[in-house]
Ligand binder design. Structure first.
Ligand code: GLN
Length: 491
C-alpha cells in the first residue's frame, strides 16, 4: 500500500486492515517526520483514533459506510473546523476556534473520512513557498532544505511524505497546483463555483476554490466528487449537477486535442522544458493531436491578479480588527479605538499580508480605482475571452505548472520574483476555469532529484474531460524513477 486514498479505503473496506491500524500508522509517521517537515500545525490524534474505532465498529456490525470510510485526510488551516483551531498560519488568528465546520468538512464527515489534522500555509494563503507561515517554514519532503511551494505547502508536503492519504488545499492563484508540482503529487483546482467556499477563510472571493491534493488522479477525482456540488450557504456555488469524473476516468477519448501556448515555453528551467516535451509526446501516443495555440495575455495575468486579489483581500481581511475577530493588542495607546485597530493589525499580520492589504486599499481608493481596479477587471474579461477562444480549438491546454522545481528555503526574497512562480496558474483562477497538476518528470540538476509538475487546464465545468486526459497522461507517464527520501532519512 503506497498510501493512496483508494488503496487505504479498499484495504479498510475489505478488512485487510482496520481503520485504527491505518490511523495509528499515519500518526506514527507524523510523529517521526513532522518535526522536520512542519507540515501540520495541529494533529487530532485522539479524535482521529476515536473516529477510526467507530468506523471499525460500524464495519463489524455490517453498517453501510460512506465512500471514504476511515481514510485520513489533512486539512489546510484556512478551512474552518470545529475541531482545534483555524489559524490561517497567522498570529492574528492564533487562538481562533471556529463554531462551525466548513461545508467541505461536513461532506468529508458524511463520507466517513477522518480529519487527521490542520496543515500549515503561507499566512492567509498569500505566498508560493510556505516560508511565510507564522509557525515556521514548511519543508519539502524531497529535500528538506527546499520549499514545498505554497500556499497549500503543508498539505502537499503531508501527502508527499505519506502523512495523510490525501489533503485539502485552497487555490486563489495556484496554491493547490504549484505546491503539488513542487512536492510531486496531484493537485486539482475545480471550476469556480464547483466546490462550496462556505467556511474557507476568504482571501480573493472571486478567485478562491477548495480542492484536493492527492497521490493520484483517481484519488483527486474521488475526493472532488465527495466535496463538489451546490450549497445554499455559498451563493457563488453553481447550481448545476456535478458530472461524475471517477467513473469515466479511464475512458480516454479516441482522439482529442491538446493545445500548447507558445507563451508557456519561455523562461522555464531546462528540466521543466524537457518534461513539457515528454508530456506532449506521451499524450500524442495516447491519441492526442498537439496544436500550437496563442495566449498572448499570459504575462498580464500576474499584474491583473496582483490588483484583483489584494483588492478583495483588503476588504475580506478588514474583519480581523482585534474586536470582532483576532488578536487584540495590549500595547500602550491601544485604549483609543483607532490605535487599537492599528496596533492589533500591525502585531497580528505578517509583512506580506500587510503589503497585500496596502496594495488592495490603494487600488480601490478614489482616484486610483479606475486606473487600477476597473482596468484589471477589464483585462480579466479579455483573459477569459482568450481562454474561451483557445478552448474552442482544443480540449485541454498543456503546460508547466511552475517555471522551476522547488527552490531553496530563503532562495527567493524579492516579492515580485515570488509572484512570478504563479505565471502559469493565476489565469486559471482569473478565467474561472479548472486546472490540475501532476508529476511529469524529475529535475536532476540539484543534489537530490526534484519533481517537475505539468498542468492541464480545461473549460469551466469540463472536469470530466480534464480528468480523463490527466489520467491518460498519468498512465502513460508511469512511475518515475525517484521518490521522496524515506522517513528515516527525513527524521
Ligand atoms: N501565490 C499566489 C499568492 O501569493 C497564489 C496564492 C493562492 O492561490 N492562495 O497570492
Amino acid at each position: 500500500m503506497n498510501g493512496d486514498l483508494v488503496g487505504v479505503r479498499d484495504a479498510i473496506a475489505q478488512r485487510a486492515t482496520s481503520a485504527r491500524e491505518v490511523i495509528d500508522g499515519y500518526l506514527a509517521r507524523i510523529d517521526a517526520a513532522n518535526g522536520v517537515l512542519n507540515a501540520y500545525h495541529e494533529v487530532f490524534a485522539e479524535e482521529a483514533r476515536a473516529a477510526a474505532d467507530s468506523v471499525d465498529a460500524a464495519i463489524s456490525r455490517g453498517d453501510r459506510l460512506g465512500p471514504l470510510a476511515g481514510v485520513p485526510i489533512a486539512v489546510k488551516d484556512n478551512i474552518a473546523t470545529k475541531l482545534g483551531t483555524t489559524t490561517c498560519s497567522s498570529r492574528i488568528l492564533e487562538n481562533y476556534r471556529s463554531p462551525f465546520d466548513a461545508t467541505v468538512i461536513e461532506r468529508l464527515a458524511a463520507a466517513d473520512a477522518i480529519v487527521v489534522g490542520k496543515t500549515n500555509l503561507d499566512e492567509f494563503a498569500m505566498g508560493s513557498s510556505c516560508e511565510r507561515c507564522a509557525w515556521g517554514p514548511v519543508r519539502n519532503p524531497w529535500d528538506p532544505s527546499r520549499v514545498p511551494g505554497g500556499s497549500s505547502g503543508g498539505s502537499a508536503a503531508a501527502v508527499a511524505a505519506n502523512l495523510c492519504a490525501a489533503a485539502l488545499g485552497s487555490d486563489t492563484g495556484g496554491s493547490i497546483r504549484q505546491p503539488a508540482a513542487l512536492c510531486g503529487v496531484v493537485g486539482f483546482k475545480p471550476t469556480y463555483g464547483r466546490v462550496s467556499r462556505y467556511g474557507l477563510v476568504a482571501f480573493g472571493s472571486s478567485l478562491d476554490q477548495i480542492g484536493p491534493i492527492c497521490h493520484s488522479v483517481r484519488d483527486a477525482a474521488l475526493l472532488y466528487e465527495v466535496m463538489a456540488g451546490d450549497d445554499p450557504r455559498d451563493s457563488t456555488c453553481a447550481a448545476r449537477a456535478v458530472e461524475p469524473v471517477s467513473a469515466t476516468l479511464d475512458e480516454t477519448p479516441r482522439t482529442f486535442r491538446v493545445g500548447i501556448p507558445h507563451q508557456y515555453r519561455k523562461g522555464n528551467s531546462p528540466a521543466v522544458d524537457t518534461a513539457l516535451e515528454r508530456a506532449a509526446l506521451l499524450l500524442q501516443k495516447a491519441g492526442a493531436t498537439i496544436v500550437d495555440v496563442d495566449l498572448p495575455m499570459t504575462d498580464l495575468g500576474i499584474s491583473t491578479y496582483y490588483v484583483i486579489a489584494p483588492a478583495e483581500a483588503s476588504s475580506n481581511l478588514a474583519r480581523f480588527d482585534g474586536i470582532r475577530y483576532g488578536h487584540r493588542s495590549t500595547a500602550h495607546g491601544s485604549q483609543d479605538l483607532f490605535d487599537l485597530y492599528a496596533n492589533s493589525r500591525a502585531e497580528g499580520f505578517g509583512a506580506e499580508v500587510q503589503r497585500r492589504i496596502m496594495l488592495g486599499t490603494y487600488v480601490l481608493s478614489a482616484g486610483y480605482y479606475d486606473a487600477y481596479y476597473r482596468r484589471a477587471l477589464q483585462i480579466r474579461r479579455l483573459i477569459k475571452q482568450e481562454f474561451d477562444t483557445v478552448l474552442a480549438q482544443c480540449d485541454v491546454i498543456l503546460g508547466p505548472t511552475s517555471p522551476t522545481a522547488a527552490f531553496p528555503i530563503g532562495g527567493v526574497t524579492d516579492p515580485l520574483a515570488m509572484y512570478m512562480c504563479d505565471v502559469y496558474t493565476v489565469n486559471t483562477n482569473i478565467a474561472g476555469i479548472c486546472g490540475i497538476s501532476l508529476q511529469a518528470g524529475l529535475d536532476h540538476s540539484a543534489d537530490r532529484p526534484l519533481p517537475v509538475g505539468m498542468q492541464l487546464q480545461a473549460q469551466a465545468f469540463n472536469e470530466p474531460m480534464l480528468f480523463k486526459i490527466a489520467r491518460a497522461l498519468e498512465r502513460a507517464s508511469g512511475p518515475l524513477d525517484a521518490a521522496p527520501p524515506s522517513l528515516t532519512t527525513v527524521a
